[in-house]
Design a protein around this ligand. Sequence first.
Ligand code: PLP
Length: 424
Amino acid sequence: MKSKETICVQGGWQPTKGEPRVLPIYQSTTFKYDTSEQMADLFDLKASGYFYTRLQNPTNDAVAAKITELEGGVAGMLTSSGQAASFYAIFNICEAGDHFVSASSIYGGTYNLFAVTMKKLGIEVTFVDADASEEEISKAFRPNTKALFGETIANPVLSVLDIEKFARIAHSHGVPLIVDNTFPTPINCRPIDFGADIVTHSTTKYMDGHATSVGGCIVDSGNFDWEAYADRFKGLTQPDPSYHGLAYTKAFGKGAYITKATAQLMRDFGAIQSPQNAFLLNLGLETLHLRVPRHCENALRVAEYLEQDARVAWVNYSGLKSSRYYDLAQKQFTNGQSCGVVTFGLKGGRDVAIRFMDSLKLAAIVTHVADARTCVLHPASHTHRQLSDQQLIEAGVQPDLIRFSVGLENADDIISDIEQALGK
Ligand SMILES: *Cc1c(COP(=O)(O)O)cnc(C)c1O
């Protein structure tokens, strides 16, 4: 097995003699064939090849292959955004009348997708406290439950998911575990190693790393045995009338899940990543192994600084010994490193938080998170603005919570900026 560093730099695109050393942007909607029959075989999924970029594009596939290798999966696909990845990951195995279970501490956009939009499609979700016992979480499962979902490190709550526990629960109910691994990236954690079956990403964050391109990715471990629960996952195991009766598990084996997501969901919904964005994402991935540890070193410095300051009410960072997730982070993450995001509250609460943020100079107030530039957000005033204080607490977001995304600048400069803003 190649090391992560080598995969980051050289994975995916494998040029042969005379081909470009650097991954080219295949900025083409269509691909040429010599005979009508060659094209027909592609439409029947009898042959593999490119024909229309809404379904597949060589630039995208090379980048998906790199991320798949980093995550230790067997097949992967890029999507236009992290939201599209979360939607496809669930919708590929759930339809109207089905149900799935999700950790309640997840990204706000994913929460809304699951609770509101998927419900309109007839798919129901039950949210569970990810820190609850296996018995407690198991109570949420029903005969029509098709998946369990969680985030390795929840944005913005920063709770750490016990992936082995979640995998045991999912598998004891005969459903796959889907994990959003956006915050740690495969540099710090490979959920598949702990039993996850499918991994999703918002590549918009650390993977891109430069805040240039919105994107997403789905990786399948190939480990879940759909055929063992053939009646539960008919969409994968029974003939697909929209492909002349082809059954994905029989035709594609371990590639069934991703092939179905490409052949059906990309075909019908079309949330493809542009090849231009995939090219930029690949540039980000080439340095992911260098950037992520530096984000984490800087974040730990910031968290330690905040923890010793009397004006700070609380700090949450799994790299701190005071964190309830410290031991789990040590076990699950490379060198115990989680991500570059730190959350904290200031004495004086909400109003003081806003004054503090307005006083920052180096750290910018932006909706984004997890890129090279330090940035800050107050979820109660911004992303979660529509929620009351009571609803915020139910969602695990304290009203005074400041989400501080530590960038790649010099840590002393970042801390000086915090220092001068706290002074105000
Ligand atoms: C940002 C984010 C998403 C959504 O991704 P987009 O690329 O913005 O659509 C999903 N999950 C997590 C953990 C995120 O941080």
